[in-house]
Design a binder for this molecule. Structure first.
Ligand code: HEM
Length: 479
């Protein structure tokens, strides 16, 4: 009898102590205020709760009110410090590799691969980043400009012949095909297998609760990864068996590196990189284009100014039939303001994750070594102290602001060493698409356009529009 009572007593004490430690983690200083939520679950369910607004997620907003700009929580079993403080965010980005290191939850790493660029550090990371910049840097983009334009023109023409088009899906397909061609020379019309199909359930899975059992969004997402990786591997093997004299895509470049013998690149790293680039390029940019078109439709004055800018480009051109030049692209000043304003409001990346490499002091707080830190861009972009009337779509606000790269108050593309390598590619795609759209077409919303954040941005009912070729006499392309 006594041993049983003793056993129960020891268990009760151990569980009570564990519960106490869950709520009061050890720290050599003052932890930021906050709650660690339920044992094991933490505050994961509240974090993923859908909300239908453009504003800072209620999860963050409520805690900012209660605890201030830096607070602690627990997400998917991990202690996390959430930062909505511009100065702390800046420090986090600048101290990459010193005090903080890029880190993403295990569920992300499972999906993107253990050796994806976001999980690599030091020499290997720099090597990969240079490879990506070779592909998406200004010199490559200059060469790509006319191809981006003809792809946009072709697709818009096709959509204009349809009753309605779901813009998010349509632009995602358009960008996926273009990126897949540049990366791996993939042509969906010539391939027996559909690569894009494997990415369909992806975004829902990536930002859902990471439960890998049949039927869940996360499970579907992992299955998609498996199939896509098998296809990429097969394509790489086929290319190796039939090498090309002229390097025509990124695959050829990767193969040359892999065959060099002394290269640090491995096949697994190269395949993870392809996978991340394919996903990052189509999902982010298609969302940004859809948000821009939706907001333009809701704001005729902005659409008018944008149309003016692009019609002027055509008016000032000697040969009206020639394609866009790099100089013309660079002259799209209002468009770049509009792209920044779209990225500020869209908050496509709702959280940027890091891990504290040592105990870190900031103001009165200590972040213990090993803890995760989540920079929350929406809270900075939608703070009225940083942006007057933050929910208003107002590209003109960028007139007096730095529009290049990142700043303490603008981190839609991250900041510091890990600043998004695809930013220029996205800007080219968006600007060229908008150029083709507003100079030749008008559109009206057929249905959808509502947003939801979980906390990643989604259009649950899509955004269905009807496109018609613009009548030359008409001023305004949107009804
Ligand atoms: C609207 C479009 C986009 C947005 C909002 C966006 C946002 C971001 C953000 C916030 C980061 C920083 C992540 C971090 O610090 O952990 C990032 C990194 C990255 N982005 Fe983008 N991105 C966009 C488009 C693209 C495109 C088109 C590509 C592909 C060509 C791309 C590839 C990457 C890669 C590979 C990284 C990792 C860089 C690193 O770890 O150094 N992104 N992006």
């Amino acid at each position: 009898m006594w041993p049983v009572i003793l056993c129960i007593a020891v268990t009760v004490v151990a569980v009570t102590h564990w519960l106490y430690r869950w709520q009061n983690p050890r720290c050599n200083g003052n932890l930021p205020p906050g709650s660690m939520g339920w044992p094991l679950l933490g505050e994961t369910i509240q974090f993923f709760a859908p909300n239908p607004t453009w504003d800072t997620p209620p999860f963050v907003k409520e805690r900012m009110k209660r605890y201030g700009p830096i607070f602690r929580t627990n997400l998917v079993g991990r202690p996390v410090v959430v930062s909505t403080d511009s100065d702390f965010n800046y420090m986090i980005f600048q101290q990459e590799g010193q005090l903080f290191q890029s880190w993403y939850p295990d569920s992300f790493t499972e999906v993107f691969g253990r050796q994806n660029v976001g999980s690599l550090h030091g020499y290997m990371y720099k090597y990969l980043k240079n490879m990506v910049l070779y592909l998406f840097g200004p010199e490559s983009l200059k060469k790509m400009l006319n191809e981006v334009e003809s792809v946009a023109e072709r697709n818009l023409q096709k959509w204009a012949g349809q009753e309605s088009v779901e813009l998010k899906e349509a632009t995602a397909n358009m960008i996926f095909d273009l990126t897949a061609k540049k990366l791996i020379n993939y042509d969906p019309e010539k391939s027996s297998e559909n690569l894009r199909e494997n990415f369909v359930a992806f975004i829902q899975g990536l930002i859902s609760f990471p439960l890998d059992i049949p039927g869940t969004a996360y499970h579907k997402c992992l299955q998609g990864r498996k199939k896509a990786m098998a296809m990429l591997k097969k394509m790489l093997e086929e290319r190796r068996a039939n090498p090309r004299k002229e390097k025509s895509c990124f695959f050829d470049y990767v193969l040359e590196e892999l065959d060099r013998g002394d290269s640090i690149l491995t096949e697994a790293i190269a395949l993870d990189l392809m996978f991340v680039l394919l996903f990052a390029s189509y999902e982010t940019t298609s969302l940004a284009i859809t948000v821009a078109v939706k907001l333009l439709g809701d704001n005729p004055r902005i659409l008018h100014e944008l149309t003016d800018e692009h019609e002027n480009i055509l008016r000032n051109r000697e040969n009206t039939e020639s394609g866009l030049t790099w100089k013309e692209y660079k002259s799209m000043t209002f468009t770049f303001k509009l792209i920044n304003e779209t990225a500020r409001l869209a908050n496509i990346v709702p959280g940027v994750f890091r891990k504290a490499l040592k105990d870190i002091k900031f103001k009165d707080y200590t972040i213990p070594a090993g803890w995760a830190v989540m920079v929350c861009p929406p809270a900075v972009h939608l703070n009225p102290v940083n942006y007057k009337d933050p929910l208003e779509f107002n590209p003109w606000r960028w007139e007096k602001m730095d529009q290049k790269g990142a700043s303490k108050n603008f981190m839609a593309f991250g900041g510091g060493m890990r600043f998004c390598v695809g930013t220029d590619f996205t800007k080219v795609q968006m600007a060229v698409f908008l150029h083709c759209l507003v100079t030749k077409y008008r559109w009206k919303t057929v249905r959808g356009g509502e947003i939801i954040r979980t906390p990643g941005l989604q259009f649950p009912n899509g955004f269905h529009v009807q496109l018609t070729v613009k009548d030359k006499q008409q001023q305004d392309p949107s009804e």
